[in-house]
Design a protein around this ligand. Structure first.
Ligand SMILES: Nc1nc2c(c(=O)[nH]1)N[C@H]1C(S)=C(S)[C@@H](COP(=O)(O)OP(=O)(O)OC[C@H]3O[C@@H](n4cnc5c(=O)[nH]c(N)nc54)[C@H](O)[C@@H]3O)O[C@H]1N2
Ligand SMILES: Nc1nc2c(c(=O)[nH]1)N[C@H]1C(S)=C(S)[C@@H](COP(=O)(O)OP(=O)(O)OC[C@H]3O[C@@H](n4cnc5c(=O)[nH]c(N)nc54)[C@H](O)[C@@H]3O)O[C@H]1N2
Ligand code: SF4
Ligand SMILES: [Mo]
Length: 705
């Protein structure tokens, strides 16, 4: 159990009129930060030396990208659409409009004609309040969050294989691992403080195996890099398992005592010898053998993965295959042997844990479970639907079909970040009523009827849960600007006006309620979280769980489950018309929709999305570094500047989705994970052509800080 230090330990410095210790609101590492403010503006942010995930480090986003908070573009009053334009309105007017429209649509079409999205950028208490608003005040389970387009396959697979939807260990396991195998994850860009931890581990002798179609930075520190064709991870994982078994690296004792279903896997593995795997993946057989021996022979080894695994048609199956690999070698549930999916958003673990999902209440308990539903009914004083709600893609399909009439989108820029932008726009246009609760106008607010001005992570209190399942405290560094209110206040007020009084005075009341209603979080309280947080499950006495499954798995019978899943081809493939495979992802300097980082000094570091292309392809296509190119997929076309680089393999191209001017997601189709409908953002067949004219300059939004 982590020792709690009182939360009011703060620096005192006369240059600042407010200091706070909080948790970073960008990525899922969950760095603890010391904020210093003066005159209502943040002056500086430094790393908390005792932050368990960051131990005195941060990246450039957590430390420096705070200027957006006082950007002149911040939403400071509610907005209402009138004659096609958004105009400023009072809170009364905006809330009245919401209540009138929600009641009208609910009356005419029933509660399932409405849907909501919770923000994984916001706190647990915000997401819990959003789930309560949709379920109790409106009466529908139509609620989802961005985990759908991110790590929902991880959640699905971990629950199937081991029982719980979270990393099995902690970042410190990397320090104790003889080997770290990274599949489809690029931590030096996406989770930089963990990326730095991995580099340090490598310099101390930890052997890295990187598996990525691109030569990511950590490959330069590694023992071996495997570059599979995008979408062939299953064959890679099965090939690794084949060699581990063939060459006697199985942990027979662990398999016998702790698992079930291995026989079916053994049979399946016969078909995946390294030569067969080379055919499918393009990875030289000898390299696959080397990687399997490095991992298989080590006494401890951790597996890390990201969207290069999940955002595929069979993403949830590949995660199950990674679980197989860990169980075959007994590398789970002990120090140095952890499965660490690097969850993306600062609180995507939390938004899902809090039940901002169409099928589950807190801690993944089904909405169809009578006992659970009736406990929430009693607590919330409202009848609750036992019918599963819609996922995000189902919501958009239903809106296109004019069955879904209204959405309440809280902190997600779906018109920029969800796949198949044209389809998303058609859905948003079809809605009779759209509310956006935001900190900036974005691509999605272009379709909103009401926009509510909310607070950023540096302006609110509550808790986030990081990628290690760690609840950590969030404290306000400054107040929200103008008339903006905290997300928690807004959601409580909307609930109240729709007839469902929450009775909460602050997020801490909501946290107490969450703990009361959820056995896995029963020991969580503000006081106990202190400066170091607690990793769930947290028992009633406050003991937490840095390592899961040291004795048994959290499944009926306590055994881990092997899944016998063969390789299947990705949803899209290159052909004569679309000869290249586009992979999309992110870079260090910008964050997802970019609404925040584009309004900081980071925009002077990088001011546009770039298309990475190998010199061989570039030459074939007459493309030079810096040229504007046209990229066409089966569903859309964009224009973007080319960057010629050997980091990418011939036949593949890569770009990001941080700038609305690029509209990368126009290119992404409807193909998605078979179990969770997570989009296949990583395999898009495209045709790239040079453009006749010079690149258009995309002006940076400037540093408001
Ligand atoms: N700076 C920054 N940090 C972020 C974010 C951000 O936007 N900017 N976003 C946050 C969010 S929401 C998330 S979810 C995380 C995501 O963090 P990551 O999971 O690291 O995300 P990506 O960079 O999208 O993809 C990881 C890698 O997968 C590789 N890949 C693609 N296809 C395949 C494949 O078929 N097989 C294999 N083995 N690899 C493949 C890509 O080349 C890429 O290097 O980052 C978080 N942190
Ligand atoms: N092509 C491609 N597309 C992708 C991906 C990819 O790899 N490739 N990755 C996908 C992934 S993993 C994810 S998670 C999604 C992320 O997609 P989004 O969730 O849409 O992206 P974000 O930029 O994190 O921010 C969401 C919005 O929340 C607002 N916001 C931030 N903080 C707060 C807050 O505290 N309160 C309120 N009310 N609003 C707030 C921001 O201004 C922004 O408009 O993108 C997905 N899209
Ligand atoms: S690594 Fe992630 S949590 Fe840490 S400072 Fe950077 S963005 Fe924030
Ligand atoms: Mo994500």
């Amino acid at each position: 159990m982590a020792t709690a230090i009182p939360i009011d330990v703060k620096t005192t410095d006369e240059r600042f009129d407010r200091t706070a210790t909080t948790t970073c609101g960008y990525c899922g590492v969950g760095c603890r930060l010391e904020t210093h403010a003066s005159g209502g503006r943040i002056v500086s942010i430094s790393p908390a030396l005792d932050g368990p995930a960051n131990e005195g480090h941060t990246c450039l986003k957590g430390r420096f990208a705070h200027g957006f908070t006082r950007s002149p573009d911040r939403l400071q009053t509610p907005l209402i659409r009138e004659d096609g334009e958004l105009r400023p309105a009072s809170w009364e007017e905006a809330l009245d409009r919401i209540v009138a429209e929600v009641e009208r649509i609910k009356g005419a079409h029933g509660p399932d004609a409405l849907a909501g999205l919770a923000s994984s950028r916001a706190t647990n208490e915000d997401c819990y309040a959003m789930a309560r608003l949709m379920r109790a005040a409106i009466g529908t389970n139509n609620i989802d969050n961005c985990s759908r387009v991110c790590h929902s396959p991880t959640s699905f697979a971990l629950r199937k294989a081991f029982g719980l939807s979270g990393a099995t260990g902690s970042f410190t396991d990397i320090d104790h691992a003889e080997v770290a195998l990274l599949m489809g994850v690029n931590p030096t860009q996406g989770h930089p403080v963990v990326g730095a931890r991995i580099k340090q581990a490598a310099l101390r002798g930890c052997k890295l195996i990187t598996i990525d179609p691109r030569r990511i930075e950590l490959a330069d520190y590694g023992a071996i890099h495997l570059a599979p064709r995008p979408g062939t991870n299953a064959a890679v994982a099965l090939g690794l398992c084949h060699v581990v078994r063939r060459d006697g690296m199985l942990d027979e004792e662990f398999i016998a005592a702790r698992t079930e279903g291995f026989e079916a896997v053994e049979e399946l593995l016969e078909g995946y010898d390294p030569a067969a795997v080379e055919e499918v993946t393009g990875i030289p057989a000898a390299d696959l053998e080397t990687a399997a021996h490095i991992y298989g022979e080590a006494a401890s080894g951790s597996l890390l993965w990201g969207l290069g695994v999940t955002e595929h048609k069979y993403g949830s199956e590949v995660v199950q295959l990674l679980c197989n690999l860990a169980m075959m070698t007994g590398k789970v549930g002990k120090p140095g042997s952890a499965l660490l999916p690097l969850r993306g958003q600062n609180n995507v673990q939390g938004s899902s844990d809090m039940g901002a999902l169409p099928d589950t209440y807190t801690a993944y308990r089904s909405v169809e479970d009578e006992d659970v539903a009736s406990r929430f009914e009693a607590a919330w004083g409202a009848p609750l639907s036992r019918r599963k709600g819609m996922t995000i893609p189902q919501m958009f399909d239903a809106a296109v079909a004019r069955e879904l009439k209204a959405m309440y989108i809280f902190g997600e820029d779906v018109a920029q970040t969800d796949p198949d932008t044209a389809h998303v726009i058609a859905a948003l246009e079809n809605l009779e009523f759209l509310v956006c609760q935001e900190i900036f106008l974005n691509e999605t607010t272009k379709f909103a009827d009401v926009v509510l001005p909310a607070s950023a992570h540096l302006e609110k209190e509550g808790t986030f849960i990081n990628a290690e399942r760690r609840f950590q405290i969030v404290e306000p560094a400054i107040d929200p600007p103008g008339e903006a209110r905290t997300d928690f206040e807004i959601l409580g007020e909307v609930s109240r006006r729709l007839g469902s009084e929450t009775g909460w005075d602050s997020p801490w009341d909501a946290l107490d309620e969450i703990a009361r209603l959820t056995p896995e979080y029963s020991g969580v309280s503000r006081e106990r979280l202190g400066r170091r947080g607690l990793q769930w499950p947290v028992h009633p006495d406050g003991t937490d769980s840095p390592t899961l499954y040291d004795v048994f798995f959290d499944r009926p019978g306590g055994r881990g489950h092997f899944a016998a899943l063969p390789y299947k081809e990705p949803g899209d493939a290159a052909d004569g018309d679309f000869p290249l495979i586009l992979v999309t992802g992110r870079i260090l300097q910008h964050y997802n929709a970019g609404t925040m980082t584009r309004r900081t000094g980071n925009a002077t570091l990088v001011d546009r999305d770039l298309l990475e292309i190998h010199p061989v392809d570039a030459e074939k296509l007459w493309v030079k570094d810096g040229d504007l190119v046209s990229v066409r997929s089966r569903v859309g076309r964009i224009e973007v500047e080319a960057k010629v680089t050997e980091r990418i393999e011939p036949g593949h191209v890569f770009t990001t989705f941080h700038f609305p001017e690029t509209r990368t997601n126009l290119l992404v189709g409807q193909s998605a994970d078979v179990n969770t409908s997570c989009p296949e953002y990583k395999v898009i067949a495209v045709d790239v052509r040079p453009m006749p004219e010079a690149p258009a300059f995309i002006p940076a939004l400037g540093d408001a800080g």
